[in-house]
Structure formats: structure tokens, C-alpha cells
Design a binder for this molecule. Structure first.
Ligand code: ATP
Length: 225
């Protein structure tokens, strides 16, 4: 999958959060979006995922034929409308809630109806990898914050999509959880497009490309032009 930002900008009211971003994100590479608190990392990640609209510019989504979830085409690549991009993208983020009334087992089964699991992976496998076997039949509302974060990561990483967006992926994780996160990236991250939004280096240590959002603030953009 390839996501191309073309002259991308977002503002809330009169404040430009970022402007003039021209950047390609390509499968097989992990990218980090860095910057201080409130600088716009989450906003940019959501704009990349098509969850919020840009104020100017656009994002183009291209899928290799083999990754197409629907339809048939003879073309090697196909452009995807922004409204359909969610089919190819999963996201884990602090502001996205889990379905707390469900047990983990129920929630993973429910989720798999909308986004299939990566091949050869079963729900019991996932529960075991997460270290949550003993809690599989407990409602998620009774989970600790770190247990919930493991579930959010699993929901994103085990979805059979070419692009995984991770916003502050180690929020609430203990040392074992952080190691689990890195193991999941090692085991399931290859050949995918991974974009991590974070200001914590341990969350994005594996990312080859780094994009500092402060380079795309209006004042800096003006200075560059
Ligand atoms: N819906 C909204 N309406 C108005 N302003 C918003 C909205 N969402 C975010 N903002 C503002 O946009 C700016 C960027 O917020 P964002 O959450 O993207 O930053 P961040 O870099 O992810 O921060 P953090 O590191 O604290 O998570 C902040 O000033 C925030 O107040």
C-alpha cells in the first residue's frame, strides 16, 4: 500500500496544525511522526487514516492488486477512494474506545466479522500471545488500563490490512507489555506500512523514517518557502 500526502494541511478554526506536507508512506517501511505534546501528531495520523478531513491538499491511497479486499482488476495497482481507505487501515489510539461490555473473546469475534484476521491466526492464538488467557471471558470494562492497551494493539496488528497506524502504542504498558509490542511488530510488521505517532523513542525505535511535525508548522513552512 502507498499513502501519498500532497500539500496536506489541517487547521482547527484559525490555527494551522500542519501545512504543506508532501510525503509518501510505502508498505515495508515503518515511519514515526514525532513532536511535542499538542503539536498535531494524532491529528496528522487521523488525517493519514482518512478519519478526519484535510483543510487543504489531499491523501492518495494506492493498493497493490494482491491486497485488494474487494473487486477484481487487471491493474497492478488500484487507487482507493478516501471513503474506502478504512478497509485497508487499522488504528490503535488512546481516544478509540473498546467495546467494554463485551468479553475479550466476544470482542475479537465481533471485530473479525468486519476486519478479517491475518491468515493462519486464530482468536485463541491472539489471546494466548497477549497473555490474557485467564481474562478471556471477563468483560473488558474490568480490565486494567495496560490490559486494555494490549487488546487495542492486538485489534490493530492482527487485522488483515496492509497499513497499521499506532498512536502512542505503549500507553499504560509495563515492561513486559512494551516487549510484547516490539515482538508483535517484529512478528507481524514485515511488508506492512506502519506509522507510529509518538514522542517516546522506545515506541518508534524500529522506525526507519522520522517525520517531525514541527517542520510543518506555519512559521517553519513560511521560512522554508
Ligand atoms: N477537534 C479539535 N478541535 C479543535 N482543536 C483540536 C481538535 N483536535 C485537536 N485539536 C488541537 O490540535 C492540536 C494538536 O492536537 P493533537 O492531539 O494532534 O496533538 P499531539 O501532538 O498528538 O499531542 P499529544 O502528544 O499530547 O498526544 C492541539 O492544540 C489540540 O488542542
Amino acid at each position: 500500500m502507498k499513502i501519498s500526502l500532497i500539500n496536506a494541511g489541517k487547521r482547527f478554526n484559525r490555527d494551522w496544525i500542519f501545512r504543506n506536507i508532501n510525503q509518501e508512506f510505502i508498505s515495508g517501511t515503518a515511519y514515526a511522526i514525532t513532536g511535542p505534546n499538542g503539536s498535531g501528531k494524532s491529528t496528522l495520523l487521523q488525517a493519514i487514516g482518512g478519519a478526519i478531513m484535510m483543510s487543504e491538499g489531499k491523501a492518495n491511497y494506492t493498493i497493490a492488486n494482491s491486497q485488494l479486499a474487494i473487486g477484481n482488476t487487471n491493474a497492478i495497482e488500484k487507487e482507493i477512494e478516501v471513503d474506502n481507505a478504512f478497509r485497508y487501515i487499522s488504528i490503535a489510539a488512546p481516544y478509540l474506545e473498546l467495546i467494554e461490555e463485551m468479553t475479550l473473546l466476544e470482542m475479537l469475534e465481533f471485530h473479525a466479522q468486519f476486519k478479517p484476521l491475518i491468515p493462519l491466526t486464530t482468536i485463541p492464538d491472539i489471546i494466548s500471545i497477549l497473555g490474557l488467557k485467564a481474562a478471556a471471558n471477563k468483560q473488558i470494562r474490568f480490565y486494567s488500563s495496560g490490559m486494555k492497551q494490549r487488546v487495542k494493539l492486538a485489534q490493530a496488528i492482527f487485522s488483515d490490512v496492509p497499513c497499521v497506524l499506532l498512536d502512542e502504542p505503549c500507553t499504560n504498558l509495563d515492561a513486559v507489555g512494551i516487549e510484547l509490542y516490539h515482538q508483535l511488530i517484529r512478528d507481524y510488521g514485515n511488508n506492512r506500512l506502519i506509522i507510529v505517532s509518538s514522542n517516546d523513542p522506545q515506541e518508534y525505535s524500529f522506525c526507519r523514517e522520522k517525520i517531525n511535525i514541527t517542520d510543518f508548522k506555519t512559521a517553519n513552512v513560511k521560512r522554508q518557502t
